[in-house]
Design a protein around this ligand. Structure first.
Ligand code: NAI
Length: 462
């Protein structure tokens, strides 16, 4: 079989690249051994957000008494909730499948690996040939010594999302993004949740300012989640009372009914047979790419979690588009010319805890570290009419800008709908807009985005 391009991996990076290349008139094969949509659609972003929104409702109902509305305690039909979550996933997977079909992409159900320049070997025994290859195999969860995913009672995020039970006591190992999102979901479902984080603070891997972390920590604790920081999980044993987890740096062992291990992910690069074409991943497994996302091997590209940077679906799909247009142009198709280094795109991040946390660009601390003369502005949710009317007074908006030019360098939002609100700041940072551009744009009243405008006004000393 011969194609213009073969893509290995049908996650948000791979399927987006394949669809775009199909649109641009290339003959594309997409090799995927599991389900279309990858981790994000099937076992990550989407099912988590379905459960996030469902359990947010529980919390809203419980809080409604303050507005004079009382409801009976919510009854949770776990089977129905799991089925609804799966319906959301299926709809999206079907959508991806239709788009691939509509753009004449051949989906090959197999595991793919490199067999040489322009050659991909399939687990079915066949080989496909192409002028270009895109590696988009994503990432897999990291295991830590003493906690094998095969062990009884231990959960990966995929197990937790299956929603087979609500454990009475859930211990989450890892106070990163997955740990905190799932801790919040199970806490709302009624589990007594503790989080073990080996670093002194939660979310140590993300560029967030102290004030943001403190606001989130205070809220999580108020919701009844126990945070044990500076405590690394070391070993576990099953006793008649449950699973006992011993830690380093924190004297008391913790007993739980289920232990969710979410200690990071690593690039899924080991099975790609990279050595065949001379690609050497770094110590952590990341594949080096140039500004067009080409690896050290000519005609072989890598995108998404396989490359160094935040492991986020939207980074992968943005790179998928970039690589697709680059390859199409290389192969003589009429494709829009991409500008700039594809490794340096501005990537916002949203964390679905309560309150939500979202950020883009530089934090105040990072700007200072880089020696930038920066000005900071903030505005509190408690002073926003819309936030009060929503009964969501927690949190704040923050902007960081270059003092002289006023150019926005970064923003953080912690509070209701932060994940949606960060988009405006992302446009501003990515397009080089200034504080004045935000402050002088009329924002509808009463709405939450007014908070960003007010933070910009604050930074301008108004
Ligand atoms: P992570 O890197 O965010 O967090 C893992 C945490 O585990 C770290 O804070 C680390 O210090 C801690 N840890 C490691 N070993 C430990 C031990 N023995 N005991 C206690 N703590 C330990 O990784 P996570 O949460 O697994 O997520 C993986 C990736 O998925 C992340 O890169 C994230 O960007 C992405 N993701 C993003 C989401 C979003 O943007 N909303 C949602 C879920 C995942």
């Amino acid at each position: 079989m011969a194609y213009d391009v073969v893509v290995i991996g049908a996650g948000p990076g791979g399927y987006t690249a394949a669809i775009r290349m199909g649109q641009l008139g290339l003959r594309v094969a997409l090799v995927e051994e599991r389900d279309l949509g990858g981790v994000c659609l099937n076992w990550g972003c989407i099912p988590t957000k379905a459960l996030y929104s469902a359990t947010k409702l529980i919390e809203r109902v419980q809080d409604a008494a303050g507005m004079g509305l009382s409801f009976a305690a919510p009854k949770i039909d776990l089977e129905r909730l799991a089925a609804w979550k799966s319906e959301v996933v299926s709809k999206l997977v079907d959508g991806v499948s239709s788009l691939l079909e509509a753009n004449d992409v051949d989906v090959i159900a197999a595991r793919g690996a490199l067999a040489g320049t322009g050659r991909v070997s399939l687990s079915t025994g066949e080989t496909v040939e192409a002028q270009a290859i895109v590696l988009a195999a994503g990432s897999v969860p990291v295991e830590i010594p003493g906690f094998s995913f095969e062990d009884d009672g231990l959960w990966t995020s995929t197990d937790a999302l299956e929603l087979l039970e609500i454990p009475e006591r859930l211990l989450v190992v890892g106070g990163g993004v997955i740990g905190l999102e799932l801790a919040s979901i199970y806490n709302r479902l009624g589990s007594a949740v503790s989080v073990l984080e080996m670093m002194p603070e939660i979310l140590p891997g993300i560029d967030l300012d102290r004030r943001t972390i403190v606001t989130l920590k205070r809220a999580l604790t108020a919701q009844g989640i126990t945070l044990r920081l500076g405590a690394a999980a070391q070993s576990h044993e099953t006793t008649s009372d449950g699973i006992v987890v011993k830690t380093r740096g924190d004297a008391d062992p913790i007993t739980a009914d289920r232990v969710l291990v979410a200690v990071g992910r690593r690039p899924h690069s080991a099975d790609l047979n990279l050595g065949k074409v001379g690609i050497e991943p770094d110590r952590r497994g990341f594949i080096a790419v140039d500004a067009s996302l080409q690896t050290t091997a000519e005609g072989i590209y890598a995108i998404g979690d396989l490359t160094d940077g935040p492991m986020l679906a939207h980074r992968a799909s943005a790179q998928g588009i970039r690589v697709a247009e680059h390859i199409a142009a290389e192969l003589g198709k009429d494709a829009p010319a991409a500008e700039g280094d594809a490794r340096e795109m501005i990537i916002p991040q949203a964390i679905f805890t309560d309150p939500e946390v979202a950020s883009v660009g530089l934090s105040e601390a990072r700007a200072k570290k880089e020696g930038i003369d920066a000005v900071v502005g903030r505005f509190s949710y408690a002073a926003l009419g819309k936030a009060l009317a929503m009964r969501e007074p927690q949190g704040f908006f923050q902007v960081v800008a270059e003092r002289d030019s006023g150019r926005l360098l970064g923003a953080q939002v912690v509070g209701a709908e932060a994940s949606n609100l960060i988009a405006e700041a992302a446009v501003a940072v990515a397009q080089g807009l200034t504080l004045s551009a935000i402050a002088e744009t009329v924002h509808a009243h009463p709405t939450l985005p007014e908070g960003l405008k007010e933070a910009a006004e604050n930074a301008l000393g108004r």
